[in-house]
Design a protein. Structure first.
Ligand SMILES: [Zn+2]
Ligand SMILES: [Zn+2]
Length: 179
């Protein structure tokens, strides 16, 4: 019933502009009927000083969090219905606010093919009020390193650097041995 361009707009989160999916970017509808992806809501909740409610970034209305946690907020069934058939079954996600992590709890049995391509956890930032705590910088550094290593170009660059280093070391050792 909607023109195609409008459908495409529906399929993207208004905060991060990512495509909705059935894992960490599941479309979640707030009480004000505005829809955002689970990842963005988790990021907002982690930074919020009021962890029991979510404030809509569009209309500022508050939605109390469900007792069973952020991932149990209602899915936007309209948006979900526009997703491909393989994405109709939403993953069961656990939200650990203290660690700032979203984790896949259960993979829907209908999506075995997707299991390999989906990462099992997602960092959504550090909780407000825990700034400066031990392990904070370590976590950030580690995730940055992982991000760098996962970028193909960076990976190639680091690999060639290592290769050059090995060659230089070998030449140096040969040179020293000859003397
Ligand atoms: Zn989003
Ligand atoms: Zn709203």
């Amino acid at each position: 019933s909607y023109p195609f361009s409008k459908k495409i707009k529906f399929l993207k989160c208004a905060i991060c502009f990512c495509q909705f999916n059935n894992v960490f970017n599941t479309p979640k509808v707030l009480q004000c009927k505005h829809t955002f992806c689970l990842e963005c809501l988790a990021r907002m909740n982690v930074k919020s000083t009021q962890p029991d409610t979510i404030q809509c970034p569009l209309c500022r209305a508050y939605t109390p969090l469900p007792n069973l946690g952020l991932p149990t907020l209602a899915n936007d069934s309209t948006v979900l219905s526009y997703l491909p058939a393989a994405m109709q079954h939403v993953y069961s996600i656990r939200f650990n606010r203290n660690k700032g992590k979203l984790q896949v709890k259960r993979v829907p049995s209908s999506a075995p093919a997707l299991t390999q391509t989906v990462s099992q956890t997602l960092d959504v930032g550090n909780p407000a009020g825990l700034e400066g705590h031990q392990g904070r910088d370590g976590g950030r550094e580690r995730s940055l390193l992982i991000t760098v290593l996962q970028t193909p170009l960076c990976k190639a660059f680091i690999m060639s650097l290592v290769a050059i280093l090995i060659v230089v070391l070998t030449i140096t050792i040969i040179f020293i041995n000859k003397k």
